[in-house]
Design a binder for this molecule. Sequence first.
Ligand code: SAM
Ligand code: SF4
Length: 346
Amino acid sequence: MALLTATPAPTEHLSSVRPARLRDRYGRPIHYLRISLIDHCNLRCVYCMPEDENHFTPKTDLLTPAEIEAIARAAVSVGFDKIRLTGGEPTLRPDLVEIVERLAHIEGVRTLAMTTNGLLLTRLAKPLKEAGLTRVNIHLDTVNPERLRQLMLYNRFERVWEGILAAEAAGLTPIKLNAVVLRGYNDEDVADLAALTLERPWHVRFIEAMPLGPQATVALERYVSNQETKAHIEARFGPLEPAFDGQLVGEARMYRIPGALGLVGFISPVSEPYCDSCNRLRLTADGKMRLCLLTDHELDFRQTLRTGGEEALRELFVRAVKAKPVGHQLRSGIYPQIRGMSQIGG
Ligand code: SAM
Ligand code: SF4
């Protein structure tokens, strides 16, 4: 493919000359690309994917490693500098290490991260680090094995735990754990999760459930605000101390339990939308660019990649950034329908 060029620069060796970041119509700099590698998953978390889901993008329709690299190169050429791989479950891609290697060698990629449920990290953490992955976010909703079974439909807690330790040992740090909180499932477990930060330099972040796709009703009916989650944690540990001057770090507001090594964070897209600081676009596994997680507007990057050249892709990035919606409309009761979270990647 004409678009592909192998360059020897790993993520650590960046050129000092970077293209200016694109800004959208609302002045937001857009420089963070999330890439979903696959919509298949080895779990069925109740707020994400129906238990009986069996319609997935056929392998032949998934973007290939070369196509992912081409789109990422076009992104970097218009100022993107952060990439996150996600899914579905990204570790189910047999070519994951190759994809990481290709992306890590793009000059200008400052951060190359991945979001995963951690089940396959014991095997993959080291090769991924060696291929150039910077860090991982691992999804863990509870440390209670029985409730893990109810919420993530998985009964081997120790495997997730070993995956987290493998990521830490491989240097994919800081370790960030993500927990979606649902009433009646894990809302009583949040203080136990936060307690993981007492003696470990980990970031444990609580995410409000968002209603989208086929599991929207679960998220709506079981929703717990992060104000409530924070109060629950403070009932055990006392007032949390704001970290980073109380400013948003990405989409999270970070705190510390007094004396703890790690941090506790709150990602509150429903109760405290952070759309005015949104900096990202999302590429789906079948090559559509989603302009906002919670809005069904997409542009077909795969089609442009296959029919146009590198310049056409760059132009499409500019169009995508300009077309980015101002924010979601959950408060007006408008929920995205065409894809669930596992088909976008969070
Ligand atoms: N399978 C990987 C994982 O679980 O981390 C990556 C994909 S998953 C869709 C990415 C993130 O989205 C996870 O942290 C998951 O908890 C979160 N997520 C899934 N459904 C959600 C929902 N309805 N509301 C909020 N977060 C959700
Ligand atoms: Fe799979 Fe992640 Fe969705 Fe859970 S949240 S079902 S692990 S894609």
